[in-house]
Design a protein around this ligand. Structure first.
Ligand SMILES: *Cc1c(COP(=O)(O)O)cnc(C)c1O
Length: 396
């Protein structure tokens, strides 16, 4: 028995906050204090907390049917797949429960496509990037270009090589006879809110075409309207062969998805991969309602406009703050890079009732609800600029 009565593995350094209710961009803790949520549970609750239409659909589903098995047809899973395919470059979808699982499925699909469809078993290596983040399973933490997530977990699976992000020349040099795919984020979320250069993405696509490689785009954080398009690859005028979704897809109900082009269908035949829960009645219902709202209410367009407003506002208000080195991002996935660690400023913002999250050590990441009211944005920016000003004053 745990000494402190704490029955959880201590995998998270948690803040001493306990939320009991959420609505839109607001959360309330167990003392009744109200918070403005500018992080959305790490880019998950893109439509705010407990969005009405998703809640209604879930309530109906809770009273009807929760789970059967992927041994049977699940009409809402098929419907969600149709919606995703109709609104993206993909032709087929595999559902799972998380981002790591979606990337795991992408890695497995890429390997199997080369082995069994193209009959090139010697090509299994995937190029990923420094400071990327792809998940915490053994394969996805190996794909991740950050040593801290690998610490203590060796031996790691083979087949991953790393290249510097936004460096087209280095990427070209990393390609070898074993390469089967390039896997990248359009904006590195965990790695510090680093958007990909358009020329780098164009080059990655061109290299994939030239060498017959698969381009895998991890849209787990950037997808579902977050960057001002439904999927971030749309900003870059390219189409991935595979892309992955999770975070925002179910508005907080666990669901992940791996989406791919028609030619890949044959590599994932019956029995090749699977998931007990993936795309069950409850999570599919949440996904359908979330996506329908996004499409009907043009949520991504709103995120693009609001994102531009926030970037301009922060750039002008923080121009004279010596602590701030850059404000960057895409849509409503934004980073304020500081010249020092941001943990203390994040804590001070919590005291003021504003929730943001770090990306790496020195970046304050903003990922507000895509439906956040403009007044709330202004109130949040006011608090952020005040805390940054205060910190700059004490630092000098
Ligand atoms: C969060 C995240 C993941 C992992 O998702 P989980 O649901 O935590 O497994 C993978 N890739 C990116 C880009 C992410 O932001």
């Amino acid at each position: 028995m745990g000494e402190s009565g704490n029955a959880l593995f201590p995998t998270y350094a948690r803040y001493p906050l306990r939320f009991v209710k959420g609505e839109g961009s607001r959360l309330w803790d167990d003392s009744g204090k109200e918070y403005l949520d500018l992080m959305c549970g790490l880019a998950v609750t893109n439509l705010g907390h407990a969005p009405k239409r998703v809640a209604e659909k879930l309530k109906q589903q809770v009273d009807t049917l929760w789970h059967t098995s992927n041994l049977f047809h699940i009409p809402d899973q098929e419907k969600l797949a149709q919606l995703l395919v109709r609104n993206s470059c993909a032709d087929a979808v595999f559902f799972c429960n998380s981002g790591a699982e979606a990337n795991e499925a992408a890695i497995k699909l890429a390997r199997r496509y080369y082995k069994q469809v193209l009959n090139q078993p010697e090509r299994y290596e995937i190029i990923t990037f420094h400071m990327s983040f792809h998940g915490r399973t053994l394969a996805t933490l190996t794909a991740t270009g950050q040593d801290k997530v690998k610490d203590g977990f060796a031996p790691l699976p083979e087949g991953f090589v790393y290249a510097p992000y936004n460096d087209a020349e280095a990427l070209e040099q990393a390609i070898g006879p074993k390469t089967c795919a390039i896997m990248l984020e359009m904006v590195q979320g965990e790695g510090g809110v680093n958007p990909a250069d358009p020329a780098f993405v164009a080059k990655a696509r061109e290299l994939c075409d030239r060498h017959g490689l698969l381009l895998i785009v991890d849209e787990i954080q950037t997808g579902m309207g977050r960057t001002g398009k439904l999927f971030a690859y749309e900003h870059y005028g390219i189409e991935p062969d595979i892309f992955t979704l999770a975070k925002g897809l179910g508005s907080g109900i666990p669901i992940g998805a791996m989406l791919g082009k028609e030619k890949l269908r044959a590599a994932f035949g019956a029995g090749s991969h699977g998931s007990t829960f993936g795309g069950n009645y409850l999570s599919a219902a949440a996904g359908i309602a979330t996506l329908e709202i996004m499409l009907e209410e043009k949520v991504a367009e709103r995120a693009a406009e609001l994102g531009n407003y926030i970037v301009e506002s922060l750039r002008s208000r923080l121009a004279d703050n010596p602590l701030v080195s850059q404000v960057r991002g895409l849509g409503l996935l934004l980073g304020i890079e500081c010249k020092q660690p941001v943990a203390e400023m994040i804590r001070q913002l919590q005291e003021r009732g504003v929730l943001v999250v770090a990306a790496g050590l020195n970046v304050i990441r903003l990922a507000p609800s895509l439906l956040i009211a403009k007044e709330d944005v202004d109130r949040g920016l006011e608090a952020i600029c005040a805390v940054l000003a205060q910190q700059a004053a004490t630092a000098v």
